[in-house]
Design a protein around this ligand. Structure first.
Ligand code: SF4
Length: 370
């Protein structure tokens, strides 16, 4: 397939690996922000091909993983109400709240439906005028334009039975939070190509300069990821700290202006709580006051939410690059994809799920480092 097969070419992969080996002279910690990149790294064994000087840590770019427990509990409370059709992407159905998940709400008789687009939820609202239809609008910058479109479309259609439960998060404030932490280990980033397709990467040069970290916009295929690592390593070795574009076949500096305009029309920046991490100022998008009629948190007064995370789960530390999934005492023992304790074991982009699926363990890490 054009633009896929050539980026999985084994000869090219080994060529870039060799170039990284020739370039690196000392240990570096590089964080891939996006959970999709984490899974690609594990799936293709890229972490095991890299020289031992390169340590990859896994960032918070998995929307399912960082949606706060409070909001998951709110979703569960709303979905349990009579007359509600609660719609969501499939991954969210298995994310554990304090005591249950959306699957168990459905099993108890709740009308919880998986949709593949927020516009499907608008259609369901149109077809069910006597029911309240709620869409769980999670995600980073990538999914924000479509979620905003659903609100604009519902408004244009005059729907009064459609609301969104918004949990949008933004990458740049999360990078600031990670880099300003006294415990930070990250020395360089692979920025998420799909986020930058929408937003461009004009927000990254000031971050690279302020914290002295190279940032490379990176795609999702093996050659893309390794090229991103090579560009980071070249900068690190030279003491350069720039934002560079390693995904130029898709991403421009300015990004997609029409998509950004739709986001600005519907959303406004707000503080957002990230699961396991806490509140990051300015890291979220919320509905503008003029779209309050479409805000599920206003439509449904859900009180009595007392979120309670599993005391064993260290997902917050994993998502900041401080720990690896196998550092968690529950990993692959009492926490598995069949019985997840935390969201990072559920999501198709979660780091714990990636380590479980591709069988990474401290033994593997030691043998790579040996
Ligand atoms: S293995 Fe499970 S309990 Fe441990 S950090 Fe990952 S999701 Fe949380």
């Amino acid at each position: 397939m054009k633009y896929t097969a050539e980026y999985r070419d084994p000869g090219l992969v080994h060529g870039v690996i060799e170039e990284i080996r020739r370039t690196v002279t000392q240990p570096w910690v590089i964080m891939e922000i996006c959970g999709g990149q984490t899974h690609a790294i594990m799936r293709y064994g890229l972490d095991q091909l890299l020289p031992p000087e390169i340590e990859l840590v896994h960032g918070p770019g998995c929307p399912v993983c960082v949606t706060s427990l409070e909001l998951v509990d709110k979703a569960l409370a709303i979905a349990s109400q009579p007359g509600v059709i609660f719609t969501s992407y499939g991954d969210m159905l298995r994310v554990p709240g304090s005591s249950r998940d959306l699957f168990s709400v459905r099993a108890a008789g709740g009308d919880v439906r998986v949709v593949y687009s927020p516009l499907d939820a608008v259609k369901i609202a149109q077809e069910n005028p006597d029911r309240q239809v709620v869409f769980f609008a999670i995600g980073f910058e990538t999914t924000a334009p479509a979620n905003c479109m659903s609100v604009l479309q519902a408004k244009a259609m005059g729907l009064t039975n459609f609301t969104v439960l918004v949990s949008h998060v933004r990458v740049p404030p999360a990078m600031h939070a990670i880099l300003s932490s006294p415990r930070n280990r990250v020395q360089s980033f692979l920025a998420a190509g799909h986020v930058c397709t929408v937003m461009g990467y004009w927000e990254y040069p000031p971050i690279a300069k302020q914290y002295h970290v190279p940032i490379v916009v990176t795609g999702f295929e093996p050659v893309d990821i390794l090229e991103g690592i090579l560009m980071d390593v070249r900068q690190l070795e030279k003491g350069q700290y720039e934002a560079q574009n390693g995904y130029a076949r898709v991403v421009t500096f300015d990004g997609n202006h029409p998509a950004q305009n739709i986001i600005q029309k519907v959303f406004v920046e707000c503080d957002r709580k990230w699961r396991g991490i806490g509140v990051i100022p300015g890291s979220g998008w919320c509905l503008r006051p003029e779209y309050a009629d479409f805000d599920a948190e206003i439509r449904f007064s859900v009180s009595d939410i007392h979120p309670e995370e599993s005391p064993l789960c260290i997902a917050g530390q994993i998502l900041q690059g401080l720990k690896k999934p196998f550092d968690c005492p529950a990993f692959a023992k009492i926490c598995t994809p069949e019985n997840p304790l935390g969201a990072t074991m559920v999501s198709s982009e979660g780091a714990c799920a990636a380590y479980y699926r591709y069988a990474r363990s401290p033994v593997d890490a030691a043998s790579v480092e040996a």
